[in-house]
Write a protein of this length. Structure first.
Length: 300
């Protein structure tokens, strides 16, 4: 009888232990998570998002809207500010949680003073280097006159946008003012940004060229459904590797009718199976996601 009683006690103890584990009362240990690990997807009930790639010619100006929150990635040209502000008003946007300037080229910095005078902007995020030309000086003067707060991106930032996760990746390339033909290597120093909302994912690749793409590939960030193609669709020697890494379902190119994307890039995107949309061909491009991996694309 004593042996039988001991056996029953052992069985009962084992059953109780397994019940506690099954209920999550004894958590399993896990390794540390690096900053480059893709976060777990949020619940599919996440609010949908509306991403507008505003047609400013061969330049970047991208409005992000998730729920009632809005942000802007780049600001187009100085002389397209009226069109940008008009589009923001039509989209019922009078407040930006943040404005990201990916780099200091004139087709990205826009007229920040005009934006700051017409909109409430909580923060302007800038690359972690000082530019060496008049575009940089013009931007900094405009920011100062508009009284806007700024933050240089020297390390990865994770921001909330209406419940979605927006990440800004700092440049991994050192800025060289007289690189290339003396124009500097601003493009390769572009900030890169990502947006993940539930099952939806976006990659905004600025104007990355060969060296910047190589640095991005070293990050190993995984796949993204929607890609803002680097540098207006210009081809780099590692463009194909980049597309193989990202595996976009939808690709958006900010080119113009007079200066279209490279035919070689378009062929690579077609080979990769991406649905390609170009501002130079279609005007403003709007992507609406449902937070569950389904997208609708329209042209304005």
């Amino acid at each position: 009888m004593k042996k039988l009683a001991s056996f029953v006690i052992v069985i009962l103890f084992a059953f109780t232990l397994s019940a506690f584990v099954g209920c999550g009362q004894i958590p399993a240990q896990s390794g540390s998570q690096s900053s480059n690990t893709v976060p777990m997807q949020r619940d599919s009930s996440a609010p949908g998002e509306r991403i507008s790639v505003i047609d400013v010619g061969k330049g970047d100006c991208i409005l992000l809207q998730v729920g009632s929150s809005a942000a802007l990635v780049d600001a187009g040209y100085d002389d397209t500010s009226d069109e940008v502000l008009s589009y923001l008003r039509e989209s019922n946007v009078d407040h930006l949680k943040f404005l990201v300037i990916t780099h200091y080229d004139k087709d990205h910095i826009g007229d920040v003073r005009a934006l700051g005078e017409q909109l409430d902007i909580d923060m302007v995020y800038l690359p972690g280097y000082e530019g060496a030309d008049k575009n940089y000086r013009s931007l900094m003067t405009a920011i100062d006159k508009a009284g806007l707060p700024t933050q240089s991106v020297d390390e990865e930032l994770s921001l909330d946008l209406g419940g979605a996760e927006f990440r800004i990746l700092p440049s991994r390339v050192e800025y060289v003012a007289d690189a290339g033909d003396g124009e500097g290597n601003d493009n390769d120093c572009s900030l890169v940004a990502t947006l993940r909302n539930g099952g939806d994912s976006y990659l905004f690749a600025g104007d990355l060229e060969e060296e910047g793409i190589e640095a991005y590939l070293d990050e190993r960030l995984g796949n993204f459904d929607v890609l803002k193609v680097p540098h207006h669709g210009r081809k780099a020697s590692n463009t194909e590797d980049f597309l193989a890494d990202v595996q976009p379902k939808i690709a958006i190119i900010t080119d113009s009718y007079d200066d279209p994307a490279s035919k070689k890039t378009l062929k690579m995107l077609d080979k990769a199976g991406a649905d390609v949309h170009r501002t130079g061909d279609s005007g403003t491009i709007v992507v609406e996601g449902d937070g569950a991996g389904k997208y609708a694309v329209s042209h304005i």
